[in-house]
Structure formats: structure tokens, C-alpha cells
Design a protein around this ligand. Structure first.
Ligand code: FAD
Ligand code: DHB
Length: 393
């Protein structure tokens, strides 16, 4: 077995693991990143696309935001559509001038991988972590299979950044770990299409047929989502059916405008809310999806993950520079306060925008919420602040 020694072993090279590796490197803290998949796979995984104001600033501050600033699309509002009417929420106006940036998660991942490799930081692809051991001692380690060979990484700390299906949250004993979960009775079908977006700002729509979201990645690439039944499969959704359903759900009294083009990526994602408590056990620290999942309505998943990393970096810096463990001790509580706010917001957006096929009461409440969000300046202000900068404000 090959053995490696470092200060922090990071499990997972998603946005959380890669940003943590980079920020620790800037602090002079040695770390090793272990990623189950290969580089091509993680760079092509199409997921989130909205970066909050404060998180975009964070990426820039640590030198990982140059391409995002150049290519990202800065937006100042969103549209809410319901009952065939268009309502614009002027986010920046209601949230102290702050804006959000549309820039794909896989672009963030590519930028962070490029930085890591340029700095010569250890990043193992094809390295599946199979167990995390001795986290209640000062000498924890992880075991991995790296391209068929056994690899052991010994460290002072382990960062579990391996998503909800990873190994790290399973390393917390069941009598310590509390897991809170909600499953929603719908999924999202997402497509990426080579078509110029027919809208300048993101459109979130509630239609009797279901949820719809019009987003984009660039002036020539559209990203669109449809709320579908949880047991729907991609085979049931031909290109034609997708485009005509999008046109129906995006229609307003002024008509409907959706630009079609070749679909280059598609997938169906189940919608769940999960929180794992605590986010720290001994010398194991969870960050990102390993500790919490939000349903995607409101675009909080990646932002939350990156915000956790900021807190963890600060705590590890205090430890290595002053042997001060107070921030490490506070890590879980500090993160969870913000995590629950994001859970609340994502749950609110989800419940407001996905019609419930058989529940007239629920649909009545949704309309009341939509009217409030679009007619009350106070309600729109809360929504705006949460949308553009929940993880900093
Ligand atoms: P991840 O990005 O999941 O990264 C974890 C990494 O760990 C992965 O690369 C994985 O391969 C690796 N890993 C797992 N197990 C191991 C192991 N045992 N050993 C080594 N490595 C391991 N959020 C939004 O805001 N908007 C969206 O539209 C949206 N769409 C999504 C679509 C899908 C299909 C999914 C799954 C998530 C989506 N999300 C979305 C959520 C958002 O993408 C996540 O919140 C974000 O990826 C979290 O980053 P992370 O680094 O914590 O985890
Ligand atoms: C996107 C995803 C989201 O979950 C969201 O709320 C807004 C935009 C996107 O992929 O562009």
C-alpha cells in the first residue's frame, strides 16, 4: 500500500473540495484532494449556474474568479410568472445594489482544477475513498483505491466534501448523527441547448402543468428546466415534447417565446432537502452536499458549499497559525445557522412554484405566496436578499 502524509485530506473534487484545497494552499496548509471520478467526468457534469454576490467576490478574492468575471452574466432581477402574467422582481434595487452571476458550476470546477494543477497541488482522480478512520484521534487517515491500487492518506484533519452519496457522512456513528430529510413529489428535467436565450433574466414560472425555469449559460447556450413527476424517465420526454411543454408553461398573455436548438445535455434530478447534524465529528469536518442538500429552486446548493469552505478555511488557519481551536469547535454551529436559512428559502421557493396536482388547499396557499412576493415590497425585499446573497448577508 502506498502512503502519503499531509495536513488536511480532502475527500471529493466538487466545488467544495477544490475551493478548500485552493484556499488552504494560499494559507500554506498542505492538503491532498482525492476524487472518485476522472477529470473529464467532473469537468463535464452540468449542474448549478447561479453564483451569489458574496460568493462571486470570494472566488475573485482567492484568485479563482478571473474567467467568471470575464464570461459570467451579471443579472439584476428575476421574473416570476404565474397565471399567464409576468412579474419582475428588481433584486438589486431591493438588495443594496447586489447582483448575481450566471456561470456554470462545471466552469467553476474547471477553473479550480486548472489552478490546482498549475500550482502543483496533489489532486488524485480515479481515487475512491473507501473508509475514513481514527477521526477521534490526532492521527486520522483515509483509505482509497487509486486506479486499482491501495492508497492511504494520513492527515491532521479530514474534510468530507464528497456529496450526499460519499463516504464521509457515513463515517459519523449513527448514535451521533442526526439526519433530517424531506422528499418532494416532483423532479426537475434539465436541458442544455445550443440556442440563444429568449430572455435576458431568469424566469421562474408556476403553470398549471407544472414548474418551469428559463436560464442560460452564455449568449448562445440556454439552460431550461421542467418540473416533472418523480417517476418520469428521459425516454418519456422526446425533444419535441420538451420544447412544446416549455412553450406552454412559459406562455403569457403576450404569447410565448422560447428559442429551440440542439439539446446537448439532459438529466432528471430528484428534489430533496437534507440536513446532517453535526457537521463535525472529531477531526472530520463535512462541507457542502456531504452535510446538506437543498432542492434546486433558488440555486443555493453550490453557494452553500462554497460558503462552508470559507468558514472551514478560517478555522483551520486559526488552528495552524495560533493553535486556536475555537473556530474549529464552532464550525458546525456556525455553518448550520446559515444552512437552515438556505433550507428555509429553498423550501419556500420550491413550495411556491410547484403546483400540487391534487391539493387545492396547497395551490391556494401558493397563489397567496406568489401574490405576496410580487405585490408586497417587504416580501419581495426578503426574497431578493435571500436570492442574491443569502450566504453573506
Ligand atoms: P459535489 O459537487 O457533489 O462533489 C462531490 C465530489 O465528491 C464529486 O466529484 C464526487 O465524484 C466525489 N466523491 C463522492 N464520493 C467519493 C468518494 N467515496 N471518494 C472520493 N470522491 C468521492 N444546485 C443548484 O444550485 N442548481 C442546480 O441546478 C443544481 N442542479 C443539480 C443537479 C444534480 C444532478 C445534482 C446532483 C446537484 C445539483 N445541484 C444544483 C446542487 C449543486 O450542484 C451541489 O450543491 C454542488 O455540487 C455541491 O458541491 P459539493 O462540492 O459539495 O459536492
Ligand atoms: C439554474 C439552476 C437553478 O437551480 C436555479 O434556481 C436557477 C438557475 C441554472 O442551472 O442556471
Amino acid at each position: 500500500m502506498r502512503e502519503v502524509r499531509t495536513q488536511v485530506a480532502i475527500v471529493g473534487a466538487g466545488p467544495a473540495g477544490l475551493l478548500l484545497g485552493h484556499m488552504l494552499h494560499l494559507e500554506g496548509i498542505d492538503n491532498v484532494v482525492l476524487e472518485h471520478r476522472n477529470r473529464e467526468y467532473v469537468e463535464k457534469r452540468v449542474r448549478a449556474g447561479v453564483i451569489e454576490f458574496g460568493i462571486a467576490n470570494l472566488l475573485e478574492e482567492v484568485g479563482a474568479g478571473e474567467r467568471m468575471r470575464r464570461e459570467g452574466l451579471v443579472h439584476h432581477g428575476i421574473e416570476l410568472r404565474y397565471d399567464n402574467q409576468v412579474h419582475r422582481i428588481p433584486l438589486s434595487e431591493l438588495a443594496d445594489g447586489r447582483a448575481y452571476t450566471v456561470y456554470g458550476q462545471q466552469e467553476v470546477v474547471k477553473d479550480l482544477i486548472d489552478l490546482r494543477l498549475a500550482q502543483g497541488g496533489p489532486l488524485y482522480f480515479d481515487a475512491e475513498v473507501t473508509s475514513i478512520e481514527d477521526v477521534n484521534t490526532k492521527t486520522p487517515y483515509v483509505d482509497a483505491t487509486n486506479a486499482g491500487e491501495a492508497l492511504r492518506v494520513r492527515a491532521d484533519f479530514i474534510a468530507g466534501c464528497d456529496g450526499s452519496f460519499g463516504a464521509s457522512n457515513r463515517a459519523i456513528p449513527s448514535d451521533v448523527l442526526r439526519r433530517y430529510e424531506r422528499v418532494y413529489p416532483f423532479s426537475w428535467l434539465g436541458i442544455l441547448a445550443e440556442a440563444p436565450p429568449a430572455t435576458e433574466e431568469l424566469i421562474y414560472g408556476r403553470h398549471e402543468e407544472g414548474f418551469v425555469l428559463y436560464s442560460m449559460r452564455s449568449p448562445t447556450l440556454s439552460r431550461l428546466y421542467l418540473g416533472v413527476r418523480p417517476d418520469d424517465t428521459l425516454e418519456q420526454w422526446s425533444d419535441d415534447r420538451i420544447w412544446s411543454e416549455l412553450a406552454v408553461r412559459l406562455s403569457t398573455d403576450e404569447g410565448s417565446k422560447v428559442n429551440r436548438g440542439p439539446i446537448i445535455d439532459r438529466g432528471i434530478t430528484a428534489m430533496r432537502s437534507i440536513v446532517v447534524e453535526p457537521m463535525r465529528y472529531g477531526r472530520l469536518f463535512l462541507a457542502g452536499d456531504a452535510a446538506h442538500i437543498v432542492p434546486p429552486t433558488g440555486a443555493k446548493g453550490m453557494n452553500l458549499a462554497l460558503a462552508d469552505v470559507r468558514v472551514l478555511t478560517e478555522a483551520l488557519r486559526a488552528f495552524y497559525s495560533k493553535r486556536d481551536e475555537r473556530l474549529l469547535d464552532a464550525y458546525s454551529a456556525t455553518c448550520l445557522e446559515r444552512v437552515w436559512r438556505a433550507e428555509e428559502f429553498s423550501n419556500y421557493m420550491t413550495q411556491m412554484l410547484h403546483p400540487n396536482y391534487d391539493d387545492g388547499f396547497e395551490n391556494g396557499v401558493q397563489h397567496a405566496r406568489l401574490r405576496q412576493a410580487t405585490q408586497s415590497r417587504e416580501a419581495a425585499t426578503v426574497l431578493s436578499r435571500n436570492y442574491v446573497d443569502l450566504n453573506t448577508l
